[in-house]
Design a protein around this ligand. Structure first.
Ligand code: CA
Length: 507
């Protein structure tokens, strides 16, 4: 392969090396540019001489300032850049550049499950929700037996999943931050893939009582089989038997569900990235953004999240908001997170990982500009807080930390029934409740992990596919997987633990 770099925006003064082996010192690119030193794949090369203090531009935006003169052809490493400050939240544009609505995309469907509450499932799963960690091993034990002894008789049910977590007691449950984990558990219990009727296992003496979790108006608490209190049972084996009996009642109900034709507007797609590299913002994230536009056009809900990865691009998003209120909602979430990080004496720069840097991302600014490409080009329709249920259609920012497992957990609470996960460095991430479609930023990752990566976007950098091609591929893959086609993570049953976000104190 000839030495090759890609440039995203005509204003950029750096390019990103595409060649899998990197380029050697003296390598000459088609433009006539020569590499002044060996530069690894996905790292940046200076397109011209940069003076000390000059902005380094990628995506047409400043990702840093040269802290010494950088000659043309040099490897623009992390240590040559000073990071710019985060955009101020006080004078952001509010809905000043709201995009016109995209033309509707009609006729696309998937074979899913219709729920009584109007939501749509992509899998048919029995969920056992727990109110406190104390009961988790007992429930896990019961779930193993249910899977082995009962589930095989209910062919239409995909799985039995215990919603276990570390919350529920030993916490300041009246502190303002407690609302986040509490509503996360409540909303996961009614995720569309659970069919809408939670089965709850409680200990009895915990702070997070079932009534507090669901409010006593929910029908679940009036059903004999809806809540099992361990402290009402006689011994471990009787307890397990009670859970298994209640599970069987629900399995009979769930087994009557059939896949039927559902409109694509029933999809609630959560997107996030993990193990990003400098290709992520060129290949997989723009392809996800293209698919996001298709989903919005089809009337679906598309979520993007990860506050620290949009913080440095917030000015682009507030301008794109549907209206001033949505822009102000986004600013509220950014401000809340700035304060949360400040309490822990950190800032957004704590986000980047050694893998991000090995993959060529100099800092969080460069990472964020690549990350928000997942949001596509449509107007930002709504913003929700951590763990809230998303009710809006269209493009939604659902606030979450960027941590893969916490983001996934909060997107489940938001009502996600399909997850798209982009990765550059690679992670075998998967969730038990919804299918996870993993999209690679580089073809080398697909070649290394052919039985973990579902779709390769690296073809875009190699020039063998366009962003549109891969975006359409992803859109069709989402419909296929929503209809029951298994992802690699499902095939291997790779289920990362649910991880609650608890900004409140522990006692
Ligand atoms: Ca993430």
């Amino acid at each position: 392969m000839q030495p090759l770099y890609v440039v995203i925006n005509a204003r950029d003064n750096v390019g990103v090396v595409v060649n899998a082996e990197g380029v050697r010192q003296g390598a000459e690119f088609a433009s006539g540019l020569r590499a002044g030193e060996a530069i690894p794949q996905s790292h940046k090369i200076a397109l011209r001489d940069l003076a000390a203090g000059e902005p380094v531009l990628r995506y047409g935006a400043t990702i840093g300032y040269a802290n010494r003169p950088i000659p043309q052809g040099a490897w623009v490493r992390e240590d040559l850049l000073d990071m710019p400050g985060a955009p101020s939240l006080d004078d952001l544009p509010l809905a000043t550049a709201t995009p016109a609505p995209l033309p509707p995309l009609e006729g696309y469907t998937f074979d899913g499950y219709r729920n009584p509450d109007g939501t749509f499932g992509t899998r048919n799963i029995l969920g056992l929700t727990t109110t406190v960690q104390c009961v988790a091993p007992t429930v896990d034990f019961a779930v193993q037996r249910i899977r082995a002894e009962i589930l095989p008789r209910y062919r239409n049910v995909d799985d039995v999943v215990a919603v276990t977590h570390t919350y529920g007691c030993g916490v300041a449950i009246d502190a303002p931050g407690a609302i986040v984990p509490i509503r996360t558990i409540r909303n996961i219990a009614s995720n569309p893939n659970f069919g809408g009727a939670p089965l709850v296992v409680s200990l009895g003496c915990e702070k997070l009582q079932p009534v507090r979790l669901f409010s006593k108006d929910l029908p679940v608490l009036q059903e004999a089989s809806g809540v099992i209190r361990l402290q009402d049972q006689r011994g471990f084996q009787d307890t397990v038997a009670a859970i298994m009996r209640a599970a069987e009642v629900r399995l009979e109900e769930l087994n009557r569900r059939q896949r039927t034709k559902c409109p694509a507007s029933g999809l609630v797609v959560g997107s996030q990235c993990g193990g990003s590299d400098a290709f992520s913002g060129i290949t997989c994230n723009p392809a996800v953004g293209f698919a996001a536009d298709l989903l919005v056009r089809a009337g679906a809900t598309v979520m993007f999240s990860e506050v620290t990865e949009v913080r440095d691009a917030v000015h682009l998003l507030t301008a794109r908001a549907r209206n001033r209120e949505v822009a102000l909602d986004l600013i509220r979430e950014m401000r809340w997170y700035d304060e949360y990080l400040a309490q822990g004496r950190a800032d957004r720069s704590a986000n980047t990982t050694p893998g991000n840097k090995r993959g060529g991302l100099a800092n969080i600014v460069e990472k964020a500009l690549g990350s928000v490409a997942k949001s596509g080009t449509s107007a930002l329709d709504a913003v929700t807080s951590h763990g809230e249920r998303v009710l809006a259609k269209g493009l939604v920012f659902a606030a979450t930390p960027a941590s893969d497992f916490i983001c996934g957990t909060l997107q489940l609470a938001a009502g996600m029934n399909m997850h798209v996960f982009t990765t550059g460095e690679g992670t075998p991430y998967g969730l038990a409740l919804v299918p996870v479609v993993k999209v690679s930023s580089r073809t080398a990752l697909l070649e290394k992990w052919p039985d973990l990566i579902d779709l390769d976007a690296g073809r875009i950098a190699a020039g063998t596919a366009t962003i549109e091609d891969v975006g359409w591929d992803l859109f069709r893959t989402i419909l296929d997987v929503a209809s029951g086609k298994k992802t690699w993570a499902e095939q291997w049953k790779l289920h990362n633990a649910l991880a609650l976000f608890n900004p409140g104190p522990v006692t």
